[in-house]
Design a protein around this ligand. Sequence first.
Ligand code: F6R
Length: 246
Amino acid sequence: MRVRIVKDEEAAARVVAARVTTALAAKPATVLGLPTGRTPVRLYALLRQAFAAGRVDFAKAVTFNLDEFAGLPAGHPATYRAFMEAHLFDHVNLAPRRIHFLDGMAKDPVAECVRYEKAIARAGGIDLQILGIGANAHIGFNEPGAGLVADSHLARLEPGTRRSNADLFDGNVKAVPREALSMGVGTILRSRSIVLLATGVGKANAIGATVLGPVTTRVPASLLQLHGDVEVVLDEAAASKLAMAV
Ligand code: F6R
């Protein structure tokens, strides 16, 4: 893993935005894997700005989002699709048919996940996967446990994960779905390049375990150590448990 530590959240978002714009300049049809959450908000703002300034073109880009809540109807404001539309998709020239999501309303989640894996494969695989990380070191909705599911699957959300998503539901944690469809760790590891973005002291323990700890399903992001092209972009707060490595 390459670890890059920059001063603050703004600088970290700039590093990752540059990765995206550089990838699209080199290969306009880049297949991007995208996260939602608080962490990438600034990244998406920078990409909107870059697009408005004519510095990036999404016309041929293809996107696959990491995850989607189960059971929220299309158009529900807390869906991750709605988040992506608000923060990026409605503001750039990404063709709707090139935007891919797991369907959280699918009657048959297993078939839906098979469809998603096939769609990723048909697109030629993910070129650049951007990730956030949970305070418990989850990536996508791959929560810590005795084992992990490799491919896209229906995942059960930990109470802490539901709490940290409560903002999307006006602070009502009970309204946060208990399940989500998520890419698996294998789906993520099949990406050609991976960038993990983490900011804030709340992520410091998870980052310490991810970068310095053993590879274990108890720390899902530690499996990224098995990949040959991972950049971990951190602000100083998120890097604060990496003192030995700096
Ligand atoms: C979201 C996702 C999650 C988040 C993680 C961090 O699509 O896959 O793994 O990246 O929960 O969330 P924030 O950025 O809100 O701290």
